[in-house]
Design a protein around this ligand. Structure first.
Ligand code: CA
Length: 295
């Protein structure tokens, strides 16, 4: 495996006065990963794929082209498949109907098979970084830390269950917009018992942009003046309040863009299937009050 990239760190003392100071620390990382030597490719987790020449953290699956709106559309594709492959051949499956997902025929052979899968995304961000601002004003100190990553995808397997319309699990409200003859959705397929077209298969339907910016930490502290602490026989006393994960900016539809279901486990899947969200507990938002006392 090969990692190439750059890490940049920058510290700036923007203002340095007795009663007021402002310091900025920033870091930025960009790297590319490549698997350089592997005996044979293998699948991991739900949608992860490990293959020589690809990034570790790649996702592999089908691509959604749209939703079949009419039976005529399906009949035409099936007729073309029969012409090419003989009686009984179909574009997707025999039970494909209007309202089912049309998957992309990536290799252009006129039917959908396992060969119509490709790398559809990666859990590796294009770049990530953070910025900390620290202020000291008289006896107060204040800091906040933003962290972010960009360009990574998350395989949201929660939605495969909660929008898949083929399980005993409760479904998200989004399935109300599913395809019906009177609601020709172009994004949410029909509800059908048994999912014969396998609309729920591993595809870019469940892949989401995992980019986020998060206010990781905010701290406000107050250090009591020496004149006060000396009187109570202490060398220093600071009280503070700190908040973690107070704000998150992301388009990701799940609870938390910083997920990795399999990272909790051990063995090969923990290392080869990053960026999958399935019943993952989100990071907590916490508020801490504290006292630093020096005697
Ligand atoms: Ca094909």
């Amino acid at each position: 495996m090969k990692n190439t990239g750059i890490d940049l760190g920058l510290g700036i003392d923007a203002i340095q006065k007795d009663k007021f100071s402002w310091r900025v620390n920033a870091n930025f990382s960009y790297f590319q990963n490549e698997i350089t030597d592997l005996v044979s490719p293998f699948a991991s987790g739900f949608a992860s794929w490990v293959e020589e020449g690809q990034e570790l953290g790649s996702f592999r699956g089908y691509r959604v082209e749209g939703i079949f709106q009419t039976q005529e559309e399906i009949n035409a594709l099936n007729a073309a498949a029969v012409e090419k492959y003989g009686a009984g051949a179909t574009y997707q499956v025999a039970l494909t109907r209007a309202g089912d997902i049309k998957f992309k025929d990536l290799n252009g052979d006129g039917r959908i098979t396992a060969d119509d899968q490709e790398i559809i995304g990666s859990a590796q961000p294009d770049f990530f970084g953070g910025v900390t601002n620290e202020f000291k004003i008289l006896d107060f100190d204040f800091s906040f830390f933003f962290q972010g990553q960009f360009g990574n995808e998350i395989y949201n397997n929660n939605r495969a269950f909660a929008e898949g319309m083929n399980s005993v699990f409760g479904q998200l409200a989004t399935v109300r917009e599913r395809w019906t003859p009177s609601n020709p959705s172009t994004t949410m397929p029909r509800a059908v018992f048994g999912d014969p077209n396998n609309n729920r298969r591993t595809s870019d339907r469940w892949l989401e942009d995992g980019s986020f910016v998060r206010l990781r930490n905010v701290t406000l502290g107050y250090t009591l003046p020496k004149s006060v602490t000396e009187r109570i026989k202490m060398s220093g006393l600071r009280v503070y309040v700190a908040g973690q994960n107070l704000l998150t900016f992301t388009n990701y539809s799940g609870f938390d863009p910083e997920v990795s279901t399999f990272a909790e486990g051990s063995g090969a899947v923990a290392n080869t299937a990053p960026g999958t969200d399935f019943l993952t507990f989100p990071v907590a938002r916490t508020i801490t009050f504290g006292i630093n006392a020096n005697f």
